[in-house]
Design a protein around this ligand. Structure first.
Ligand SMILES: *Cc1c(COP(=O)(O)O)cnc(C)c1O
Length: 707
């Protein structure tokens, strides 16, 4: 019996499906909450650490055996059924699936091959495709050290640590041939051949493949190519991107997968299109022009940032050094080849831009929010000199978040009670959320307060551990220990890029202090986020905030959580009252954390940028300003910071602390309810996936859609 149960558990750990099914991962938590946390929620590491005997004992004590068996059956059932979209709509993709290329995938904290928003979105995309039954295969790189882990030193300055991920404790395996020999992909780069093996991991009904150069067949330098995500210099970057694009296409071919659609999620992988052209020319004798027509019909490109520095650009000599053999295979002149990544073909100094290449090679292109679509059309209009800006062929599909990955289990239960047990498969339809109108305000508030207390416990413990090695002997304030569950709690977590203005609220220190320390209506703020290792300004911002956390003036009500990852993110979005987002409009392409917050019953307070510009209706959260843009960023900051203080002082704080005669915060809770009702159905990954399916994928395979 015990043996059988353990084998069910082991089976479950081998498909990342477990990570978006709370009733499954909660089993691990119930077996041993401490070890579950210590292993950073890695179930394979967890089973190794606890040991089979102990597992059997605990499962018996806690009567978990039948639930473990049930979870295992649920997984079998899930895999055996095709998913709701499968027969109805996604039919043509069964023979020719979508190949979804991305430089990072954030599926769960235990598989650290992501850095932030782009990766988490890609993870959500895979999960939603699986749930709906859209045949899709993820293509990425395996980074042995992932992105860096963040520490904070005595001076409040960010330190970067790199540790190798223990592959034996990941649900990934090398793809081999029948004889057990690993599949080997090789690409021509800088005059030599670089080889990679292919890892594979099941993600529900679909899978993700990852290329890895750390193999004996490569010289040392090449072995390190895939060690770190977004590490190294431009030369590393172009080689990683060539591996992802060119190597990815070759890996699919070796696996016997013939995609009907190539989806380039961000420009990093755009060399894939050129590899496809070269193959068509070599195998079918086509001209470059004909090959290009065929390839662009099957290619979908999603751009993710309006920030110019966010688009990879390579100096002409770098492209030539790395990929001259590709140019020769395509039988293109230097001018033609380099021109594929240029706006002005005749400007020999113009660097090669991966976004330009992707835009030129894809028939369907999109930004990730309504506003970002518009900004992208303006940004790239020179590529279509004879079109009006409004007719530049860049559409938009607004991002959405994978609901069951970010929804607190307690909120899930509340929805199950009021929306009906079958709301999840219909979550992209407004009617599915209509039951919110019947939710008792007291019940919603109670669930929220429980989640908030859990967040506060998490923060206290985390801050204690994070500060322990620093040996705080003297009487400094311990940040976080004074957090209280009846104080308005604000969350602010994201990459510390300067345009996101993490310190906007501190522009006027006196006003900031007055907000924190108001005797009747105080606020407390939890910050988290990493700065890119090369971003000195971002690190200074972190330092500025960390210094406040131990300043007695702020009473420990300003907290910085080190090492932001999906786990920290989940706790934050599930427990705060208010999510603060104040980027310099229009530089935030979409932003998704605010969407996660809304699903969990908190309110979004944001500049009208990204998704919020199309989502805010005056009653479902709060707006900072009215979306005004300035040519001078300094002026914009001054303007926006006034609006930020205004909205907090005049709207948010009074509303939060106002209790009606019943003793409940009626107005605030009404806003929570309306936020969920008006936003829940639109900003989830299921709606997003159906948009991609209908507007991008099916047209790319030449299928017409019914709706
Ligand atoms: C959701 C998420 C992001 C993306 O958040 P934005 O609001 O788009 O900045 C980044 N990192 C983690 C860990 C997340 O969970």
């Amino acid at each position: 019996m015990a043996k059988e149960m353990i084998s069910h558990l082991r089976k479950i750990t081998q498909n990342l499906w477990w990570c978006w099914h709370p009733e499954v991962w909660q089993l691990f938590n119930e077996l041993d909450p401490k070890i579950w946390q210590e292993t950073n929620h890695n179930p394979i590491a967890f089973l190794d650490m606890l040991g089979e005997e102990e597992i059997a004992k605990r499962a018996k004590e806690h009567a978990l055996a039948s639930r473990i068996l049930y979870a295992s059956l649920r997984l079998d059932e899930y895999l055996a059924s095709a998913g709701p979209a499968s027969n109805m709509e996604a039919g043509p993709l069964h023979v020719a699936p979508v190949a979804y290329f991305c430089a990072e995938f954030g599926i769960h904290e235990s598989l650290p091959i992501y850095s932030g928003g782009l990766g988490v979105l890609a993870g959500d995309h895979l999960k939603a495709a699986s749930d709906l039954g859209v045949p899709l295969i993820g293509v990425g790189l395996f980074y042995a050290e992932g992105y860096f882990q963040q520490g904070i030193d005595e001076e409040g300055y960010q330190q970067e640590f790199y540790g190798r991920t223990n592959i034996a404790q990941l649900p990934i395996h090398k793809v081999t041939d029948k004889a057990g020999v690993p599949l080997e992909v090789s690409i021509e780069l800088a005059g030599r051949s670089i080889k990679a093996h292919v890892w594979e991991t099941p993600v529900g009904r679909n899978r993700l493949i990852m290329l890895d150069c750390d193999i004996a067949a490569n010289p040392d330098e090449d072995r390190r190519l895939t060690t770190q995500l977004y590490g190294g210099d431009h030369a590393t970057r172009i080689r990683q991107e060539a591996l992802l694009g060119i190597g990815g296409v070759r890996a699919l071919k070796l696996l016997g997968v013939s995609p009907g659609v190539y989806h380039l999620n961000e420009g990093h992988s755009a060399f894939a299109t050129l590899e496809l052209c070269a193959q068509l020319m070599e195998e079918e004798g086509e001209s470059f022009e004909d090959a290009r027509d065929r390839v662009s019909k099957m290619t979908v490109f999603t751009t993710h940032t309006p920030v110019p520095a966010g688009h990879d650009r390579f100096a002409p000599h770098m492209l030539e050094d790395a990929l001259s053999s590709l140019r020769e295979r395509l039988r293109l002149s230097h001018r033609e080849f380099h021109g594929l990544g240029r706006i002005n073909l005749d400007n020999a100094d113009e660097p090669f831009c991966m976004t330009v290449l992707a835009l030129k090679m894809s028939d369907y292109c999109n930004g990730v929010s309504h506003l970002h679509g518009r900004v992208s059309r303006r940004m790239w209009k020179d590529l279509w000199p004879f079109r009006k800006t409004a007719h530049v062929p860049i559409d938009h599909i607004t991002n959405g978040v994978h609901t069951s990955s970010f929804l607190a289990p307690q909120m899930r239960l509340l929805y199950d009670r009021h929306l009906g047990s079958d709301w999840m498969p219909h979550m992209d339809q407004p009617e599915a959320w209509a039951g919110m109108a019947q939710v008792d305000p007291g019940e919603l508030w109670e669930v929220h307060q429980i989640l908030k207390s859990e967040l506060i416990d998490f923060v206290r413990e985390r801050v204690r551990l994070q500060n322990a090695p620093r040996g705080d002997g003297h009487n400094r304030i311990m940040p976080g220990q004074n957090l209280e569950s009846d104080i308005l709690t604000i969350g602010f977590a994201r990459r510390f890029a300067t345009y996101k203005r993490a310190d906007l609220l501190m522009s006027d220190m006196e006003r900031f202090e007055a907000l924190i320390n108001d005797s009747a209506r105080p606020i407390q703020i939890i910050y988290a986020g990493k700065a890119h290792p090369a971003d000195e300004n971002g690190k200074r911002l972190i330092q500025k905030i960390v210094k406040l956390t131990t300043d007695p003036v702020f009473q420990g009500r300003v907290v910085f959580l080190a090492d932001y990852d999906m786990n920290v993110g989940r706790h934050l979005v599930q427990g705060v009252d208010l999510w603060l987002n104040n980027p310099r409009r229009p530089q935030e392409a979409c932003g998704t954390s605010g969407q996660k917050v809304v699903l969990n019953g908190a309110l979004n307070c944001s500049v009208l940028d990204g998704w919020w510009a199309e989502a805010y209706d005056g009653k479902n959260g709060f707006a900072i300003g009215t979306g005004k843009e300035f040519a001078d960023p300094g002026q914009q900051d001054i303007h926006d910071c006034e609006r930020l203080y205004d909205v907090l002082e005049q709207e948010v704080i009074p509303m939060y602390y106002h209790e009606s005669s019943s003793g409940l915060r009626r107005e605030w809770i009404e806003r929570m309810t309306w936020a969920i009702t008006s936003l829940g159905w639109r900003f989830n990954a299921q709606r997003m996936m159906l948009d991609y399916l209908r507007n991008a994928y099916l047209p790319a395979v030449g299928a017409t859609t019914s709706s």
